[in-house]
Design a protein around this ligand. Structure first.
Ligand code: AMP
Length: 249
């Protein structure tokens, strides 16, 4: 059974980004980039399924600029077997990414596609759902547990006020939530081994997908600065302020 894992190169989660002066977006010059954290969880889950003998091959795919090869090498170091870079400009929109992934699903015929629930740069939370729709596949989003057996995937997902368990017939699309697993630390020998694993580069046009943007960013602004707080003399003054000014008591 093949598993396809889409991984996105995004600004590292620990970087504090700043908005460009012309408000056209976030300044990415000399900023550390990493694999989207939810995608790391997706790769880890796929590799665990391979180690458990459930999957036979894990294929990582990224849509993006040439540097996304580094992200793919990280996926290979976690344990993916091979990688595909669909080379394009940065910022391909979720619908175009989903169309590209659909073309790869047709080509590779994976039984399972595990994506992150969202990319932390655009917070879209769209690609997995759109891929499932385009490919006509069942989907379970925000998975916190995944069991694959007998041609079925059983997925636990957190919903309002509880947990839901779904059974999906394969092939299927699953998106990861934070609780699914804790990705392993990548060891140096595995980083070295990853350098020798196959990484194919194709262009979006080769897959017959038009990546022309359909959305226009009007402006990006920093969140409003928090104003300084007020110091109160004692508990009595605090209670009065909460009662009279904030009216929360
Ligand atoms: P989004 O819908 O943009 O929030 O992304 C959800 C998930 O789709 C990510 O966690 C990735 O698994 C996948 N994805 C989105 N964009 C890309 C990309 N450019 N390359 C590879 N995978 C992507």
């Amino acid at each position: 059974m093949k598993i396809l894992v889409p991984v996105k190169r995004v600004v590292d989660a620990n970087v504090k980004v700043s908005v460009k002066p012309d408000q056209s977006g976030v300044d990415l010059t000399s900023v550390k980039m990493s694999m989207n954290p939810f995608d790391e969880i997706a790769v880890e889950e796929a590799v665990r399924l391979k180690e458990a003998g459930v999957a036979t091959e894990v294929i990582a795919v990224s849509v993006g600029v040439a540097q996304a090869q580094e992200t793919l090498r990280s996926a290979l170091a976690i344990g993916a077997d091979r990688a595909i870079l669909v080379e394009s400009k940065d910022g391909v929109e979720p619908l175009a990414v989903a169309k590209i992934l659909k073309a790869l699903v047709d080509r590779e015929q994976p039984q399972l596609i595990i994506l992150g629930k969202q990319a932390i740069d655009n917070d879209s939370n769209q690609t997995g759902q759109m891929l499932a729709a385009l490919a006509g596949l069942p989907q379970a989003t925000f998975a916190s547990k995944l069991v694959v057996a007998d041609g079925k995937a059983t997925v636990s997902r957190e919903v309002d006020g509880g947990a839901e368990t779904l059974s999906l017939t394969l092939p299927a699309v699953v998106t990861t939530d934070l609780r699914l697993n804790e990705p392993r630390y990548v060891t140096l020998p595995n980083i070295m081994k990853a350098k020798k694993k196959p990484l194919e580069i194709v262009k979006a046009e080769d897959l017959g997908v038009d990546v022309t943007p359909r959305l226009k960013t009007l402006k990006v602004v920093e969140p409003p600065k928090r104003s300084a707080g007020v110091k109160v003399a004692d508990v009595q003054a605090l209670i009065e302020k909460l009662k009279i000014e904030a009216k929360v008591l």
